[in-house]
Design a protein around this ligand. Structure first.
Ligand code: MTE
Ligand code: MO
Length: 438
């Protein structure tokens, strides 16, 4: 088959580009259907722009049995683990020898797809290690401005009505390296990997606060963890009474020790720090407590020298993960650009993609279901002609907030600020298909 004919077929199936440097309409893959799939395989045989390999000569229709079909497979395991060949899909971290439990590990977002983070790959941020908590003796106390101070055992909490919600958790320090003056040459994991998304199941916090009876004059709560950092944060009462949950399950199983076993707060869309893990105490208060964790950190220096405190909700943000640094292109041809978008304010309304450094944009398809304060996967078909390009993505949330450029983000703060960074991520692709951060 002549290559020209197949190119024509693909063009017919996928349509003409809708924005600069070969971006195709977001529905092109759907429209292409079977013709597109056939076209890919045929292109491979022709040698150009292939993603599917050509079928072998001796076995043109795949009827020879592979060895796995002639001997029985292995037996069962009590708890499954990923395929051995996937051993590079792991969290990354550096251990500080003086405080080995203090620091972060990062989710390999560039090696995953979809939106849910497997529990063993959820990022971690510990201020003084992972405590070893016995669920038989752990208790949660609710006190302060309440009618009835209460103490709950884990067993008692397991009997309460629960809800499940898919939510992202992101560290306020995530992407901080991208807020600097030089774009970091690192993977999405290295730059943006303090971000994960899971289905959290637990008790709406308002159920427990109502049981304790919040008194008039109360306006905040203090939440404290049972770890060696005694990490504690103030949370506005309306958020605590809103969509905040006391989570006991993570993607169907009990919360991992790293994520706060036996219980943590999930405060949707708010900075990671406030999602207090290993929760042991909630005090209802008439104002923020100004704990160490919210005065020494998690406040922003403004251009006029004042500090902004309690800026808790993330703005709209997105990043292209395929392709991205370390996820290079293998030659000209058709690709699916894909990435993640999220906002602390609610659902993602749209994600626009540019392949010409921001001169022209087109809407990516959002993979359903698009959920509030959860990671959203966006996808866009693209025909790369082999010339250098700059890819960008820009998220807009349901409140109409637009993800800012790097420059616009920086202009809001004093130099050196890096918390809550949500600037646009640019990836340059050179003629060899190699991706760098620009
Ligand atoms: N008790 C306690 N809660 C904590 C922390 C901690 O060190 N101790 N780290 C916080 C920070 S800074 C973040 S970003 C999130 C990280 O949650 P994860 O480790 O489950 O990803 O937990 C928050 N809750
Ligand atoms: Mo964090």
């Amino acid at each position: 088959m002549a290559r020209r004919g197949e190119e024509g077929l693909l063009r017919q199936a996928l349509g003409e580009p809708v924005a600069g440097n070969g971006l195709l309409h977001r529905r092109a893959f759907l429209r292409g259907g079977i013709a597109f799939t056939g076209g890919m395989a045929a292109l491979a045989a022709g040698g150009g722009g292939a993603v599917a390999a050509a079928v072998g000569q001796s076995d043109p229709i795949g009827l020879d049995s592979p060895p796995t079909m002639t001997t029985p497979g292995r037996s069962f395991t009590p708890y499954g683990v990923p395929a051995a060949a996937e051993s590079d899909v792991v969290r990354t971290f550096n251990v500080n020898p003086i405080a080995p439990g203090t620091g972060t590990s990062r989710t390999p977002l560039h090696l995953l797809n979809g939106t849910i983070t497997p529990n063993g790959l959820h990022f971690e941020r510990h201020h003084n290690g992972v405590p070893d908590i016995d669920p038989a003796t752990h208790e949660l106390i609710i006190h302060g401005l309440v009618d009835r101070p209460l103490v709950f055992t884990v067993d008692a909490l397991m009997r309460y009505p629960m809800e499940s919600h898919i939510r992202f958790i992101e560290c306020a320090g995530n992407s901080g390296a991208a807020a600097g003056t030089m774009p970091p040459q690192n993977t999405v994991q290295g730059i943006h990997g303090l971000l994960s998304c899971a289905e959290w199941t637990g008790i709406p916090l308002n159920v427990l606060l109502d049981e304790a009876g919040v008194q008039a004059g109360a306006s905040w709560i203090l939440a404290e963890g049972a770890d060696a950092a005694g990490m504690s944060r103030s949370i506005p009462l309306d958020k605590a009474m809103g969509d905040t949950i006391l989570a006991l399950y993570q993607n169907g199983e009990r919360i991992r020790p790293e994520q706060g076993y036996p219980m943590r707060l999930v405060v949707p869309g708010f900075q990671g720090n406030i999602n207090v893990k290993w929760l042991r105490r909630i005090k209802v208060t008439d104002g923020p407590t100004h704990t160490r964790d919210e005065t020494s950190r998690y406040s922003e220096l403004m251009p006029d020298g004042t500090a902004r405190q309690f800026w808790l909700e993330f703005g709209p943000k997105s990043v292209i993960v395929q392709p991205s640094f370390g996820v290079n292109l293998t030659g000209p041809g058709y690709y699916e650009i894909s990435g993640l978008a999220w906002s602390g304010a609610g659902r993602i309304a749209r994600v626009e993609v540019s392949a010409d450094g921001g001169m022209s944009w087109t809407d990516a398809a959002l993979s359903e279901p698009v959920q509030s304060k959860a990671l959203t996967r966006f996808r866009l078909p693209w025909r790369w002609d082999g010339q250098p390009v700059v890819l960008m993505s820009r998220a807009v949330d349901e409140k109409g907030q637009v993800q800012p450029t790097h420059e616009a983000w920086k202009a809001q703060f004093a130099p050196g600020q890096a918390f809550m960074y949500n600037g646009i991520q640019n990836w340059a692709i050179d003629a060899n298909g190699e991706v760098s951060n620009v």
